[in-house]
Structure formats: C-alpha cells, structure tokens
Design a protein around this ligand. Structure first.
Ligand SMILES: [Zn+2]
Length: 596
C-alpha cells in the first residue's frame, strides 16, 4: 500500500488531520533527499510549515533550511497551490478550501556529523529535525514516515514500524520524530542482549575495530548504568556508529545514539578507552538530558534558542560519569581513571576563561559561544563539559565525605530520575540544587555561588585530601619560558591563533592572526617556536618580528616563568587510616596499590 492509499484509508475512518512524510533518495550521489509531506483533513485557509533551526542535544542554531531547495505545494489533483516564505525557516501555503495537499522539497545532505545529514553512494543518514517540516499546532498528532531507499539498502531507525508497509514507521509526536535519526544503506547490524533487552550495534564504514570486544564492553557499560538508575527505561536500544577519517562526536536520543569516530582509532588502548567513554557518555544521556530535562528543555522550541543555565549538569555530570563508568565496568582501572581526571584538570587550568565565565553563564550562552570558538574564546570562556565534569567530581567527593561514603553523586541521579526523569517534568536550577543538598545533607549555597555561579578557582586539595590524595603541579624541565601565544595548528606557518590574556605576548602587543617570522632576527617556523624559546631565560627580553596585516613589525617581549605543564592527582605520602579507607571506597581499590 502506498502512503497516499494508507492515508486515504485513514481518512475514511477518521476526519482528524494526519501527516505523512516520505523521504526518497533516487540518486544518492546527488546528495539530495527528496521529501514529500502529505497533509489530510486540514481545514485552515492559510497553513504554516516550519523546518527546525536546531536539533536537541546540539545547542546551536544551525539554520537547517539553508540546505532546502525546490519547495512546491500542490493539492490532491496536482494543481499548484500559492505559497510564500515568511521567514528563513517558515513557509506559508494559501490552501483556501483545499483539505488535502502535499508539499515537496529537496534537502542537500553532505555534512557528516551526528547532528546534520549525509547522503552519498555508500549510505544515507538524516536527522529528522534537519529534514522534516512541522506544522505549528499539529506537533502532537501521530505521523508516519516512509523511507524509499535504493534496491538493496536497508533502513534502521528507532521508530516503530507500521505493520504491512515497507520501510514505514510511526511517530507519536514531532518530538519523537526529531529524536529518531535514520540510517539507510548496507550497514552492519550486530545484535546482543543486556538484562533481557535487545540491543544493536549499527555500523557504517570500515575500521580496525573488534566487534566482539565492543559488544562485551558495551554490555558492561549498560549494566553499570542500569544499576545506577534501577533498570532500563526502554524495550530496545541501538548504537549507530559512523566510521570516518577523523570525525568525532555523539548525539544522544531516547532509544538510540549516533556516534562518529575515526575508523582507525580502535587499536591503541588510549584511543579505544576514549571510544568507550563516548559510548558511556551518550548512553548515560538517555536518562540525563533525554528524560531528566531542565525546565527550558521540557518542551522544545524548534524555532529559536532554548536558554538554560543547567547544561553544566546535563553535560558536565554526564562527562564525569563517562570517565567513572568504564572504571566501574572494569574496562580500565582506577589508576587510569585518576590519570583521565588529571588530564581534565590540566586542560581546565590552562584556560584563562575559567576566571571570566561561570558554569551557569557558559550553559546559558552556549548558543553564541561554546559552538562558535574564536581567537578570544580561551581567554573569556570555559566549557560546561570540562568544568562541569570537575565540579561534578568535587560534588561527588563532597557527598561521599559528608556521608562517610554511604552516598555519592549516584543518589543525586536516582533522586533526579525519581522526581523529574520518570515523568519528564522539567527541573529548575533551584530544584537541582535542593536535590544535591538533600543527598549531601549540607547547605550548598556557598559551593553554588563559588563554583557554579561564580568563577572562584576550584579547590581540588580540599576535596581530594579526605580521600588520601592531593593535586601535584608539575613543570617539566623542557618547558620554555612563557611567551603566551597559541598558533593555528592548520596552517604550518606560525600564525597566532590566540594570545593568552596577561601574558608577555599580550603585554607586548602581539595579536591574533599575526604571523611570527623571527626571534632576535632569526627565522622561526611554527614547529620551532618552543625549541627556540628554550634558549632564553624567564625575564629575558627578546625581539619578536611578525607580519601584522602584511606590515612588518618587531615587538620587544619580556619572557615570563614557564607555566605548569601538568597537574596530577597523587596519593598523599602519609595518609591516615581514615583517608585510606575513604579513598578505597571511592575508587574500589586501596590507594597504596595504585602504583602512582
Ligand atoms: Zn553529551
């Protein structure tokens, strides 16, 4: 039965409006999806259609409609209907007395990321929010989606199939549709069960992975996360993996996740662990942010930015867990876990923006800042992923300390799940704080003001010491005196990408986009800069020659002391029995046996 015939059948049984989408890909090499939207039993004389400007989980207005072309509208007999554009993503049809019509358009799909669309001769992938229009007022009605693939290509999506109709799926709301990416092609499917429920790895592209190992480790991750939340809130789930030359990313959904990973990054332990952290991260999101949502994301507005100051909880806490869960699952040990935390601390402490932007501000302004880095980002911004992960660590340690390790961040997640996640009721920042306080058993007003709403430096030792650890600050002998520039890694030439605020380069007047040519009259290339600086001492003056917008300039720069190159979480030399006991309960092993 065709979609239209199915629709007419429905029409006979019900006069309620109904929407049917079809996505065809008659010529994959053209990168064009051919989209048809049929609307039946509508009674408006003027009808609005909109394409989302963003998709949940990726907080940037991506202007999906820039890829839309060849829009047309017609009534059932094929007569064109008049239409106009009202705004960048808003079409209006003069439907008059017509109750049944369809619109057709093409969407160009040549961007392989987890939040965009990709179509070529090897496969098709689309995020419905980036392809399918919605009709304001009709977001809550059930829709069907038919995908028309070339011969031999299969369709995989989390949407339930409509029985008896090939490649046709049902979505109870537009939100469900948006949350269900579609993979079309000859991808590999690998089935496995966890806790009696069916799961799948769905993989497009070749790579040096071992599927048995991935499945075994995924099963452990799913089990550990299910234990935190007390079960799995779905009947089936799949992990969609796109393997490519160098892309990296993940996007969470309620019943699946899309992952993008470099195809040859499965061999080394470090890269493999990074992959499993990504798996743990996106899977954790099926609770945290897909079901446990901030108030501002309770109902999605696809037309504009959805502002919330809670993304540090959605993403930072999830990042905290993406490091902890592989350890709990036995994929890596506590020593490696502490190393990953140390690496995160090293990254955060190298970002001057941590003193400028708070976690709340970083969350709220993600729409204009985090996804749009520029020359000043490092000086003025902090990632709510990175700082959020470390603040979550401190909160975890605080709760453990206050409760004698009887409680942890896990109880916060359980409480958030019970209070907000199960019913998908949005939470406010105040409600979030009070859940943390109820689990910790202490007032967290100061903590919030300092580390979440403020920019006070994170006091790592205060939280690590009770567990028998401290933060070691290291500066290697090979660290050159501090100049304070970061170079653009792409160009090969020594083009300044960022000038660190308050650095010698900043005080001397060097600016982003300057091309460094020479130090003290001798040419220096990008790859030689650090090595050349090793010839000098802190407080020594050097002459730095640059092209500044094609003009040759020489600056006098007074070098400073080397900055710390690494921070590492280390066990205290002489911990008390209490510290050892707390540390052991935190990490699951005696800190003395870590070999740090
Ligand atoms: Zn995330």
């Amino acid at each position: 039965m065709t979609v239209a015939a199915h629709a007419r059948n429905l029409e006979q049984t019900s006069m309620a409006p109904s929407i049917h989408y079809q996505v065809a890909l008659p010529n994959p090499s053209s990168h064009l999806f051919e989209v048809t939207l049929e609307l039946l039993n509508q009674t408006s004389a003027i009808l609005d259609l909109k394409l989302p400007v963003w998709t949940p989980g990726s907080y940037l207005v991506r202007e999906y409609s820039k890829q839309l072309q060849m829009f047309r509208a017609e009534e059932a007999q094929g007569q064109s209907l008049p239409w106009c554009k009202v705004s960048k993503n808003h079409w209006q049809i003069d439907s008059g007395e017509v109750t049944q019509f369809k619109v057709c358009y093409q969407v160009f799909a040549h961007e392989l990321t987890v939040r965009t669309n990709h179509l070529d001769s090897t496969h098709g992938f689309f995020n419905p929010g980036a392809v399918l229009m919605y009709i304001p007022g009709f977001e809550e009605i059930e829709t069907t989606l038919t995908v028309a693939p070339p011969d031999g290509w299969a369709v995989t999506t989390a949407l339930p199939p409509v029985e008896g109709q090939s490649n046709t799926f049902r979505a109870d709301t537009f939100d469900t549709l948006v949350d269900s990416p579609v993979e079309i092609g000859t991808h590999s499917l690998y089935d496995f069960d966890v806790l009696g429920k069916p799961h799948q790895w769905v993989i497009w592209g070749k790579g040096n992975f071992e599927i048995e190992r991935i499945i075994a480790d995924t099963q452990k991750i799913v089990e550990v996360e299910a234990k935190i939340f007390g079960g799995l809130p779905y009947e089936h789930y799949f992990f969609l993996l796109h393997l490519s030359a160098g892309g990296y990313g993940g996007l969470e959904h309620k019943f699946c996740t899309s992952l993008l990973f470099p195809r040859f990054n499965f061999r080394t332990t470090e890269n493999y662990n990074k992959f499993m952290c990504l798996v743990a991260h996106e899977f954790f999101h099926l609770w945290n942010v897909k079901r446990i949502r901030p108030k501002a994301l309770e109902t999605f507005d696809y037309d504009q930015e959805n502002y919330t100051d809670c993304l540090w909880f959605c993403e930072g806490v999830t990042s905290f867990y993406d490091l902890a869960i592989p350890m709990r699952a036995g994929i890596y040990d506590a020593k490696n876990y502490l190393k990953l935390i140390s690496d995160s601390i090293t990254r955060l402490q190298s970002i001057p923006g941590r003193r400028v932007q708070s976690l709340s501000e970083s969350s709220f302004d993600t729409w204009i800042k985090l996804y749009r880095p520029d020359a000043n980002s490092k000086n003025a911004q902090v990632s709510y992923y990175l700082k959020g992960e470390l603040v979550a660590l401190l909160l975890d340690l605080l709760i453990r300390r206050e409760s004698g390790n009887m409680r942890s961040q896990d109880q916060v997640m359980q409480e958030m799940w019970q209070q907000f996640g199960k019913s998908e009721t949005g939470y406010t920042h105040a409600q979030l704080k009070s859940v943390f306080e109820s689990v910790a058993g202490v007032d967290l007003t100061d903590f919030w003001q300092n580390y979440i709403e403020g920019t006070v430096e994170l006091p790592y030792d205060e939280f690590l010491n009770p567990f028998g650890f401290y933060l070691k600050v290291e500066t290697t002998d090979e660290a050159p005196p501090f100049l304070g520039v970061e170079l653009n890694p792409v160009t090969g030439a020594a083009i300044v990408k960022t000038v660190i605020v308050d650095s010698p380069a900043h005080h001397a007047g060097i600016t982003p986009d300057d091309q460094i040519l020479a130090i003290d009259g001798f040419r220096v290339r990008a790859s030689q800069l650090n090595d050349r600086l090793l010839n000098y001492q802190p407080d020594e003056q050097i002459q730095v020659t640059v092209f500044h917008d094609e003009e040759l300039r020489t600056y006098t720069v007074t070098l400073a002391k080397p900055v710390p190159t690494a921070y590492s979480v280390q066990p205290l030399d002489n911990p008390t029995p209490e510290q050892i006991q707390l540390g052991e309960r935190w990490l699951g092993v005696n800190p003395k046996t870590l070999g740090l």
